[in-house]
Design a protein around this ligand. Structure first.
Ligand code: UDP
Length: 329
């Protein structure tokens, strides 16, 4: 197939692009290189079946032109990361809403199939253990910028659903639960690469809040094949599908595990949410997916456990440090 990957230079987008090319598909990547990085695409730059266009999903003409040449659109581009949403809330809302409007309209116009990358943030504070796709959204005030990412993605999902039901667009929505792996940067707030960097630096691991909040981390290599399967599966049309790992860990336990696996001498420092994210921040205490829909549709079963996830992030960061040192010397 011919695929467009928006956000191709991002963490998940770059792994997806690599896998699509390995599966012998052709890929056009669109990325504004805001949080993505050119170097994420180093393994595929120069390949004959790959082309990278530097541009934004807010540019409807570019989006239209690129979508016109493909069969499937993987819409991965978004403003992501708790620090990005904290510092650039308005810009993030615009990108995540208007950018997706452009991509959906173009996919509809050109009859391309679409996969929308959505998020477990959709469920907000709903702390059901085993969140199912039909479970309620429980979110705080829209005047708390913390919820704006969840709001924007909910609008994206609703709009996708309207295109499917009213206009016959072929689309699937995937809700990603804390996807982690090589190339993910901690710069925008993601906890695993942040803890790994802090542990390798020998600086304190900053646990926000009590550390009792629970997350389930899923390796990007478990997620990417599922994205490719779902994008082209007729039975998945019009559905939202959770993708994540069901194995739970508290953030304090995660910090301890990172310290143990790196052999670091770092301590753990508890930082109040206010200090980390600004006033009025609300966190989700539990975020655990029920992935039975994905299991039923495509046999989805993540196989990489937390230790493997942490280890691949450690190896990736050590490799990055070594190549930066080599470049300087
Ligand atoms: N977190 C933390 N220390 C950090 C970064 C994040 O304790 O340096 C916490 C964060 O408050 C949240 C969890 O780790 O409770 C996961 O954060 P992340 O931003 O990776 O993903 P989220 O689940 O919030 O989307």
């Amino acid at each position: 197939m011919r695929a467009l990957v928006t956000g191709a230079a991002g963490f998940i987008g770059s792994h997806l692009t690599e896998q699509l090319l390995a599966d012998e598909h052709s890929v056009v990547g669109l990325d504004d290189l805001s949080t993505g990085a050119h170097e994420n695409l180093a393994p595929v730059l120069g390949r004959s079946r790959f082309r990278l266009v530097r541009g934004t999903i807010l540019d409807s003409e570019t989006v239209d032109e690129l979508v016109s040449g493909v069969d499937v659109v993987f819409h991965m581009a978004a403003a992501v990361g708790a620090f990005v949403i904290r510092d650039r809330a308005r810009e993030s809302l615009m990108t995540n809403i208007h950018g997706t409007e452009n991509v959906l309209a173009a996919a509809h116009r050109h009859g391309a199939r679409l996969l929308l990358a959505s998020t477990s943030e959709i469920y907000g504070k709903n702390s059901t253990v085993g969140l199912g796709e039909d479970d309620d959204r429980v979110v705080g005030s829209p005047l708390k910028s913390r919820w704006s990412y969840s709001e924007a993605k909910a609008i994206d999902e609703s709009l996708t659903d309207c295109y499917v039901r009213e206009s016959g667009l072929g689309a699937v929505i995937v809700r990603l639960f804390n996807t982690v792996g090589p190339r993910q940067t901690g710069r925008y707030g993601m906890v695993v690469p942040r803890f790994v960097r802090q542990a390798l630096d020998g600086s304190p691991l900053t646990v926000f809040g009590t550390g009792e909040q629970v997350r389930c981390f899923c390796h990007v290599h478990d997620v990417v094949p599922a994205l490719i399967r779902l994008a082209t599966l007729p039975r998945a049309n019009g559905l939202a599908v959770n993708l994540g790992n069901s194995s739970q860990v508290t953030i304090s336990e995660l910090a301890a595990r990172v310290i143990a696996l790196t052999g670091s001498t770092s301590s753990v420092e508890y930082v109040p949410y206010e200090e980390a994210y600004g006033s009025g921040y609300e966190d989700m205490l539990l975020r655990v997916p029920d992935c039975s829909r994905a299991r039923e549709l495509i046999g989805f079963r993540p196989v990489r456990d937390l230790d493997e996830i942490i280890t691949t992030v450690v190896d990736d960061q050590l490799l990055g440090r070594r190549s930066r040192t080599a470049a300087v010397s």
